[in-house]
Design a protein around this ligand. Structure first.
Ligand code: MRU
Length: 332
């Protein structure tokens, strides 16, 4: 499978995630404006993929000419919650003084790293899951899309599934459809189907019932920003999942590259949460589903307190939650 996001002949090329699973098409983004629009529309999405978009966006800005720093600012602010976006922008901007080739080389190095670090993080997390969950084969629950499509390649939380599936250890993945944009039903289910991993899609509201019925051995999610104390911002609904998992004593494992850890933010209260357009809730496939003047509450993310998290795993190892003192990252 090709990379979710790459640099091809002077353009940022992304797999259009608004079109899947109905159509597999690529978007060639040749201007900063086109890239920012693609980020806002979620044509490219998922925290690590946004980090790559940020870095490649600076390379694009350099080629486009004009005020590179103003363009970089525009890219970094396209979505507020995933820290990776601004991190990717900053990394490429730091090479500005060395010229356009150095900026592009830095962005491409970030892309290479992303695949490698997510593969390593998810390998560590697979061991954590095997330690925490005695049953074989495993029944895993996934929320949103934290797969290849959310990263440059491989994936974070879904990367754990790839490792475990290779070893014949996955019975099925329960896929939360993920409201309101169906990243689970559209994207995670598509990736699992491509990889021949057995799965069932469920409404987000069925997750607690699935745990109550004993159908879930472990919840696996990615993250958009992890505060210094281990609080985790991720797709809306993650917090509710963590509460249900805690109640049912189901391990709740977060997998992310360390670029998602924001040491500048002490705890989850400092994380900016993106509010999305009302139309995502008032309309379904273009058809109105609420009274015309309905007000909506549409946060894209929520924050899960660290004491509900069994483990946050990065490429460096495990950052344990579950009420224990966070400490530093250490190897599993
Ligand atoms: O709004 P999205 O689709 O960008 O939200 C994505 C998520 O919440 C993912 O779980 C997160 O970015 C981790 S992806 C490895």
């Amino acid at each position: 499978m090709r990379r979710t996001i790459d640099w091809v002949d002077g353009a940022v090329v992304v797999i259009d995630q608004t079109a899947l699973p109905g159509a597999y098409r690529l978007l060639e983004l040749r201007t900063v404006g086109a890239l920012v629009d693609a980020i806002r529309r979620l044509a490219v999405r998922g925290a690590p993929a946004l980090g790559a978009a940020g870095a490649l966006g600076v390379a694009l800005a350099v080629r486009e000419g004009g005020d590179v720093r103003a363009h970089a600012e525009l890219i970094a602010r396209a979505r507020p919650t995933a820290v990776n976006l601004a991190w990717g922008v900053e990394r490429a901007l730091a090479k500005l003084g060395e010229g356009p080739d150095a900026v592009l080389a830095e962005a491409l190095a970030l892309l290479d790293e992303d695949e490698r670090l997510n593969e390593t993080a998810s390998k560590h997390a697979a061991e954590v899951v095997l330690d925490a969950c005695p049953r074989r084969p495993l029944r895993l629950l996934s929320h949103c899309n934290a797969g290849r499509l959310a990263t440059v390649g491989w994936g974070s939380a879904l990367g754990v599934v790839w490792h475990l599936h290779e070893r014949g250890l996955v019975e099925e993945v329960l896929v939360d459809e993920t409201r309101p944009l169906f990243q689970g039903a559209r994207l995670t289910a598509w990736e699992l189907a491509q990889a021949n991993v057995p799965y069932r899609v469920q409404p987000d509201s069925a997750a607690a019932a699935a745990m109550a019925r004993g159908l879930v051995d472990c919840v696996l999610v990615g993250a958009d920003r992890i505060a210094a104390n281990g609080d985790v911002a991720n797709k809306i609904g993650t917090y509710g999942l963590a509460i249900a998992a805690h109640h049912h004593r189901v391990p709740f494992v977060v997998v992310a590259p360390s670029s998602t850890v924001d040491e500048h933010i002490a705890d989850g209260t400092g994380i900016a949460i993106e509010e999305r357009d009302a139309g995502e809730l008032t309309h379904f496939a273009g058809v109105p589903i609420t009274p015309p003047d309905a007000s909506v509450f549409n946060p894209a993310f929520d924050v899960t307190p660290h004491d509900l998290v069994t483990a946050v795993v990065t490429e460096h190892g495990v950052f344990r939650g579950a009420g224990r003192s966070p400490g530093r990252l250490r190897s599993p």
